[in-house]
Design a protein around this ligand. Structure first.
Ligand code: UDP
Length: 476
């Protein structure tokens, strides 16, 4: 019998690659005899491994192999850099070229005597599920957002689209979807409410297709096992949402945060190996070392969102007015020579090792766009947050932050502009010496313990991962 061989297929964004790498690492640890291959588009692969002679060269890193597919845009595609025609063209190429080249990857592996026995397709990677089905290969979806988000999309696409669309312009309108708490329109993903930005419509198309694939697997599952979905969350966080789609077998296996369990992510320097962004060489860890416990505000809006010059200046005013030190990530592609001000008080970096920063005792608050990885990382490190959601799932994630009591949500205007005064107030609410601040900090510590416990031996996420592996071992 051929050994188990999982291939994890990921969209070429940092926020998708990070949890895919973490899952790959966990699979090989839990089942050392299995092969694990991670496949992301060439555009990401070449940035993860910049010293390759050819951009699509395979990389073997211990038990994990990295073999890219091509989405037709090997030099990369930036959703927000172009217009809706660009986004449509990209989606078309992603579906066509991605599908073809992924099939070739599977053929190549089989020809080498390492046939894939299970396709784990991350969200948006609908064609990988299609290819797996055509070849009769077992498959599972890897959902790298919270279970609540999966349930919201599922119900939206199974009966709730009309009512949501009818009320899309009423942020305060509330509705209840099966098994979920009542939610306001403003807490739902921006894909439901921003129906005019063709780039979002194109991006949402790949999500719709992912759910169509799940539906096809639901249709053929009666009598057998329901379609499996690995979810990057923790059971204790989302019990209700995990049970709210009875058609699916959702297995929470998070937090999928690589550096929580792998030490091999750094090459002896500060730099994380495998990021899509060049690491800033500034000594920010040493700078943090000099700061008192819980005194620094860490600010980052992730790998995609950008703030315009006016917004950055406004945030800088707000941070300065807070009187606290801050470490701020302003990516190179988003930098308009904002120096952040006084060097003793503040440091601006282009890209950092975020989990290392969040783990530093000096960090007392994370001003975040609430990308799901950032939210989970913050929880895993016990750092309370100021949520400033921008798009996609981030409004829903911000609502979860409030539900769990681990932070506050900044009030922003319709253009998502954040005022300096509001930022100062929110930072003070989270870090200040008040009852409210103390309660938020104590919830953060409580959830940190629960989230970390899930990935210890015998923890809920570890047990779920074993269930998953055993299921596919029986199938292989
Ligand atoms: N990140 C990082 N260094 C930075 C900024 C971000 O390593 O300077 C990582 C962060 O730890 C997270 C990912 O980039 O894992 C961003 O993912 P998230 O889901 O939070 O947001 P997205 O980038 O998808 O909007």
């Amino acid at each position: 019998m051929a050994p188990q061989h999982f291939i994890i297929v990921s969209f070429p964004w940092q926020g998708h690659i990070n949890p895919a790498r973490a899952l790959a690492e966990r699979l090989v640890r839990a089942m050392p005899s299995a092969h694990v291959t991670l496949s992301a588009a060439v555009s990401a692969h070449r940035l993860m491994f910049p010293s390759l002679e050819s951009p699509d060269e395979e990389v073997h890193d211990g038990a994990i192999s990295y073999i890219p597919y091509s989405d037709g845009y090997d030099r990369g595609f930036h959703l927000f850099a172009g217009d809706e025609d660009d986004a449509r063209r990209y989606s078309e190429a992603f579906g066509r070229v991605g599908r073809e080249t992924f099939s070739t990857v599977l053929d190549r592996l089989a020809a080498r005597g390492r046939p894939v026995t299970c396709v784990v397709y991350a969200m948006l990677m609908w064609w990988a599920a299609e290819v797996a089905r055509e070849r009769g290969l077992p498959r599972a979806l890897y959902w790298n957002q919270p279970a609540t988000m999966l349930a919201v999309y599922y119900h939206y696409l199974h009966g709730y689209e009309r009512i949501v669309t009818e009320h899309a312009a009423e942020p305060g309108f509330t509705l209840s979807m099966p098994g979920l708490p009542t939610m306001a329109i403003r807490e739902l993903p921006s894909f439901f409410t921003n129906l005019t930005d063709g780039r979002l419509v194109a991006a949402f198309g790949n999500l719709r297709r992912t759910f169509e694939q799940l539906d096809l697997d639901v249709d053929i599952s009666p009598g057998g096992r329901k379609p499996m979905v690995l979810v990057n969350t923790v059971e204790a966080l989302e019990l209700g949402a995990l049970a709210s789609v009875p058609e699916l077998d959702m297995l929470p296996i998070g937090p999928a945060v690589l550096s929580l369990f792998a030490d091999g992510t750094r090459n002896g320097t500060n730099a994380v190996v495998g990021d899509l962004f060049e690491h800033d060489e500034k000594g920010y860890m040493e700078w943090l070392d000099k700061k008192p416990a819980r005194s620094v505000v860490y600010v980052s809006f992730g790998s995609m969102s950008a703030a315009n010059k006016r917004q950055k200046e406004e945030m800088q005013r707000g941070l300065a007015a807070s009187g606290r030190s801050y470490l701020w990530v302003v990516r190179k592609d988003d930098n308009d020579n904002n120096d952040g001000g006084d060097e003793e008080r503040s440091m601006v970096v282009e890209w950092c090792d975020q989990v290392r920063v969040l783990s530093h005792p000096a960090v007392g608050c994370f001003v975040t766009h609430c990308g799901w990885n950032s939210t989970l990382e913050s929880m895993a490190c016990g750092v309370p947050v100021v949520a400033v959601p921008q798009w996609s799932d981030q409004d829903t994630n911000a609502r979860l932050v409030i539900e769990w009591g681990i932070g506050v949500r900044a009030a922003i205007n319709a253009d998502r502009f954040l005022d300096a005064e509001e930022l100062t107030t929110c930072v003070e609410m989270v870090m200040g010496d008040t009852e409210e601040g103390a309660a938020i900090r104590s919830s953060s510590i409580k959830w940190k313990a629960k989230v970390q416990e899930a990935i210890t031996d015998g923890g809920s996420s570890e047990l779920n991962l074993m269930t998953f592996q055993e299921h596919f071992a029986n199938d292989a």
